[in-house]
Design a protein around this ligand. Sequence first.
Ligand code: NAD
Ligand code: ZN
Length: 250
Amino acid sequence: MLKDNIKIAAQMINNSSNTWVLTGAGMSTESGIPDFRTPNSGLWEKIDPMEALSRNVLYNNPTKFYKTGYCILTQMSDFQPNEGHVVLAKLEEKGYINGIITQNIDNLHIRAGSKNVLEVHGNTRTGSCTDCNYKVELKYLTKKIQNNEIPPKCEQCGSSLRPDVVLFGDQLPKEFDKAWEIVNECELLIVIGSSLTVSPVNYLPQISPKVIIINLDKTHYDSYADIVIRGKAGTVLNKIFNSIQMENNL
Ligand code: NAD
Ligand code: ZN
């Protein structure tokens, strides 16, 4: 992690009046939630999330979905925001960033105090009816699963309820269209903890005029970035925050 890169990143953030952040699973590994693709610790080593968390399995083999992939979703509530989430909330509060576009479904940005958060892959707070769109708390859905009501039924119309998480094979929610518009108009996008392998989110860095990537491993889009900082999200963000404060004599 070059000291100069931290300083340049801080200057880029200071000089931009429209900065957005795009986060992925690597943002939350320091909270204890495994990402998908880090060798040895990634979830991919244990199960195939593209199957366990797929629309196909949810609709064609709901028992398998609720006994495998669904458990990954419900476990997300056991974790706490880390240093990186907290710094991002501070950067927003102080007006250095405009908001966060997240692929994560763990609610940790909101719990850390970030206000402007676009969850482009959904969330693990709620579920909804596949027919009438009736909303329920995810906990309510989990209770039904524990009572072996699979698939869980909507009390309004009798159709199936499902979690409000974007599964492999699902269409993206309207939040993604909003994220696209935002990045199209932003000055700077900071990508943190994402391998940038999941489409169409990985197109976002290509439409931003300036890009900073903060990630432990290489990504396919490193060549698009003005700066790439290899390091842990929490540590790097803390250093950038201190550098911004120093630049502004705070
Ligand atoms: P990914 O697993 O494909 O990539 C994560 C990247 O983060 C890797 O390149 C890794 O090197 C990097 N990384 C890991 N720990 C880091 C750290 N402490 N600091 C900096 N970088 C770190 O994740 P993805 O690109 O987000 O794609 C996976 C999909 O699965 C996304 O939709 C994602 O939201 C979802 N997912 C979400 C969670 C969650 O909500 N916490 C967890 C697993 C997967
Ligand atoms: Zn319904």
